[in-house]
Design a protein around this ligand. Structure first.
Ligand code: FE2
Ligand code: FE2
Length: 345
């Protein structure tokens, strides 16, 4: 994956430094403005710092991963993300640990009042808009499950077994072609999109990056293991029905079975995963470590709130006749979905 184009002073500095051998970075100048979830420079800088723990970047020395000054910068960016999240996402009331599955279900329902992106994609979006949606999602879905995997060594017993059971499915149960990230690549190819890892990083706005950076924030800090578990539960609990609608939308637009398989797989799998995540993972974690209960709910709320912000962004842009990405997509290559010649959204 290529280093991205800078979006402000911090990312400009980062991409300039990271192509050199690892060495101490100067501290960034103090920030004046209050941090916001949709701050492009903040989200991209954090995304770049976190990516050093995933696949890294072409031409960037792997030694940067543990360079103390880069970790120091990451810590300062994380403080800003945490503050931005605190301003954006109200902390849900803390239930009794045994009531965690029920409280998660109530929270999901509470957040279900936002605009329905999946309903729009099912029945109204043209091929260009569907492709935009897939490009946004590719930022996470080409590394699907990885951020939540960080929690495995931090858990014990029932919640650990539950998380491993979910993750085993996400990673294809031993069959590389069944890995959800690989199924998603087939969806991208079916839509004539570049399916290589990170190919579309420059195109997606901060609100899309925030979904990924928040997961990595929760994943890379053991102290946030409760939030990470709740985050996964919220993902799984809001997946089955939207994925059915995405599949229906893609079928309407001429997508074949291979292109739709990612979505079809999630209709079934996540109906099971949501039970395991709410009851065994989050319920089990709260029972064993009751002090994490509040953070489990907060992690779920963050996932739901960010997804709502993302849906609002995309639908608002489309309603104004504008693309939801920062730069236009090349037209689909011949043979993609059908609907050849469909415009960009
Ligand atoms: Fe999945
Ligand atoms: Fe799942």
């Amino acid at each position: 994956m290529q280093l991205p184009e800078p979006r402000g002073p911090v990312t400009a500095r980062l991409v300039e430094e990271l192509v050199r051998p690892p060495r101490p970075l100067d501290a960034p100048p103090p920030w004046s403005a209050e941090p916001a979830v949709d701050d492009e420079d903040l989200q991209l800088a954090l995304f770049v710092c976190y990516e050093m723990h995933y696949q890294g970047f072409d031409g960037v020395d792997d030694g940067w991963e543990w360079e103390p000054s880069l970790l120091g910068l990451r810590g300062r960016l994380e403080e800003r993300l945490e503050r931005a999240l605190a301003r954006t996402v109200p902390r849900p009331p803390v239930p009794a640990p045994r009531d965690v599955p029920r409280a998660l279900a109530a929270l999901v329902e509470e957040y279900d009042d936002g605009p329905s992106l999946s309903a729009f994609l099912r029945s109204r979006a043209d091929l260009g808009r569907f492709r935009e949606f897939v490009v946004h999602r590719s930022i996470y879905q080409l590394k699907e499950a990885d951020p939540h995997t960080w929690a495995i060594p931090r858990l014990l017993g029932r919640p650990k077994a539950a998380l491993v059971e979910i993750q085993a499915d996400e990673y294809g149960g031993g069959r590389p072609g069944r890995m959800h990230a690989e199924l998603f690549r087939a969806t991208m190819r079916g839509l004539g999109l570049d399916d290589s890892y990170g190919a579309h990083l420059d195109r997606v706005p901060a609100v899309t990056l925030a979904i990924s950076t928040t997961m990595s924030l929760f994943g890379l800090h053991r102290r946030r293991r409760g939030a990470l578990a709740g985050h996964l539960a919220a993902f799984e609990m809001t997946s089955s029905q939207p994925n059915l609608r995405y599949s229906q939308g893609l079928r309407r637009l001429g997508g074949d079975a291979a292109a739709r398989r990612y979505y079809d797989e999630h209709v079934q799998a996540d109906a099971v995963h949501e039970q395991i995540a709410a009851h065994d993972l989050c319920g089990g974690l709260a029972a064993g470590q009751p002090h994490l209960t509040g953070d489990i709910l907060y992690g779920a709320a963050c996932a739901l709130a960010l997804d709502r912000l993302f849906a609002r962004h995309v639908l608002d842009r489309w309603r104004q006749g504008l693309p939801s990405l920062r730069s236009p997509l090349p037209d689909a290559v011949a043979g993609a979905a059908s609907g050849a010649g469909a415009g960009r959204g």
